[in-house]
Design a protein around this ligand. Structure first.
Ligand SMILES: Cc1cc2nc3c(=O)[nH]c(=O)nc-3n(C[C@H](O)[C@H](O)[C@H](O)COP(=O)(O)OP(=O)(O)OC[C@H]3O[C@@H](n4cnc5c(N)ncnc54)[C@H](O)[C@@H]3O)c2cc1C
Length: 424
């Protein structure tokens, strides 16, 4: 898997650790600016969050997951073994600081600050994404058809009104739909939805895994060196050429190191003394290649907390938030539970050849990614923790990292995304 553009042992301008959608977007942006780039991954083609996600360009999701009033609902969900939220009790002691910070993120003022910071990223997503998609030949499979959120009950719709009004304040375009309009918009849905919200600016892609492959091949073509290795720590002893050190002792040196290892990033940040609260928020889905229904856009089922996306490779039905750490085996009964809901709300959907999947969302408690320089070492740049929005914000993260690499002032203030926020 090593490309010969330069020797892996030479010092690149940039070493990017992680070849998920975020690391590859950083590599793409850096290469386009003429930097020499090495990308390291423990397994370039192995499974990762970026391969199996729902494919949504969810630019309207500018509020954090932690929201006032969620806790009562969350408690109820926890007692439903296949509900939208689950917690492996063995994981609780190590995750406690994360959950305490999650709770603080729902505080009224903090909620507003976080939302503004998310909106600042989401507002520029298409400006960054379209040039990258155009360059890698992915524009044809960017479907700009909006998305539809549907509600079964008046109460749930009423309860979300404050958040919808706030989203409008943040610049999100949406319009309410009646039951008849929902039916006209997506005739395959069961006729049980009383309210809908149409989100004009949401879009979806054809196949997340193919997008990663397209981007990886383009990054290779632009001259990146690929090194296979599991990075276990960062070594800053040589200030001019810090190194990513693999578990076999290989030292891959670059003038700058970018940590983009998704849900696995905390250990690398901690290896140079940067504390971060990052957990895996495990999500599940099932892809139905022979679905046999007509669905034009992503549908978000508000009360049940799952989505259905009409990918090119089938309808993908998924969601769930499971906190069980990075090593526990998947519990595919969660995929099955989501599929059962999907069948209820998309009657007649065919599950022949269904493929189940679990992936690790890299989740911070405040739903903000970590983007920016290490306060300890300006040669180390972080680009991880995008939670539910890693695909959406990938190109924007790449563009911001490129600004830092070129010592330009980034287009937006990066303070809200700094790893320093985890110091206390
Ligand atoms: C069910 C589900 C649905 C989702 N839906 C959406 C959606 O619709 N829209 C959206 O925007 N986002 C969505 N997401 C979130 C999105 O998939 C992630 O935020 C995003 O893929 C994270 O990308 P990443 O590159 O940071 O991490 P990853 O894709 O996980 O890549 C991390 C990479 O780092 C490598 N790595 C890890 N540790 C090491 C190490 N020590 N040494 C070397 N290499 C290492 C891994 O091999 C991997 O290649 C969803 C996620 C899930 C789970």
């Amino acid at each position: 898997m090593t490309q010969q553009a330069q020797s892996p042992r030479s010092t690149s301008d940039v070493v990017i650790i992680g070849s998920g959608i975020v690391g590859l977007a950083c590599a793409w942006s850096a290469l386009r600016e003429g930097a020499t780039v090495t990308v390291i991954d423990r397994d370039f083609e192995g499974d990762r969050a970026s391969h199996g996600n729902a494919g949504g360009i969810a630019v309207t999701e500018s509020t954090p997951i932690s929201v006032n009033g969620l806790y009562m609902k969350a408690l109820k969900w926890l007692f439903d073994p296949l509900g939208p939220l689950s917690l492996d009790w063995k994981h609780v002691p190590s995750a406690l600081p994360w959950f305490m910070a999650f709770r603080r993120a729902g505080n009224k003022d903090r909620f507003r600050e976080i939302s503004l910071a998310l909106a600042r990223l989401n507002d520029r997503v298409y400006d960054d994404l379209i040039p990258m998609f155009t360059d890698i030949g992915a524009m044809e499979t960017l479907y700009r058809r909006g998305a539809l959120t549907v509600y079964e009950t008046d109460d749930a719709f009423a309860a979300d009104q404050r958040e919808w009004a706030f989203k409008r304040e943040l610049g999100v375009r949406w319009r309410a739909m009646s039951a008849d309009e929902i039916r006209a918009c997506e005739p395959s849905l069961a006729p049980v939805f009383r309210h809908g919200v149409f989100l004009d600016d949401w879009s979806h892609i054809g196949n997340p895994e193919r997008l990663v492959t397209q981007l990886r091949e383009r990054v290779r073509q632009l001259g990146a060196t690929f090194v296979v290795g599991r990075v276990k720590l960062l070594d800053l002893a040589d200030a001019l050429a810090p190194a990513a050190v693999t578990d076999t002792g290989e030292r891959v040196k670059g003038r700058r190191l970018v940590v983009a290892t998704g849900a696995w990033s905390a250990a690398l940040a901690e290896s140079i003394g940067d504390r971060v609260l990052l957990d895996s928020e495990r999500g599940y889905n099932t892809t139905l290649p022979a679905h046999g229904i007509g669905l034009s856009r992503e549908v978000i089922f508000a009360e049940r907390r799952f989505v259905a996306t009409p990918l090119d490779i089938g309808v993908r039905i998924g969601g769930a938030a499971e906190f069980a750490g990075l090593t526990a085996p998947p519990n595919f009964r969660r995929s099955d539970a989501l599929l059962a809901l999907g069948k209820r709300f998309l009657p007649g959907i065919d599950d022949t050849g269904a493929v189940r999947w679990m992936g690790h969302r890299p989740a911070t408690p405040d739903s903000l990614p970590v983007i920016g320089r290490s306060p300890r070492a300006p040669s180390v740049i972080y680009a991880f923790g995008h939670g539910h929005l890693g695909l959406t914000q990938s190109a924007t993260t790449g563009a911001l990292v490129a600004d830092l690499l070129a010592n330009r002032t980034p287009g937006i203030d990066l303070e809200p995304y700094s790893i320093s926020r985890f110091r206390n």
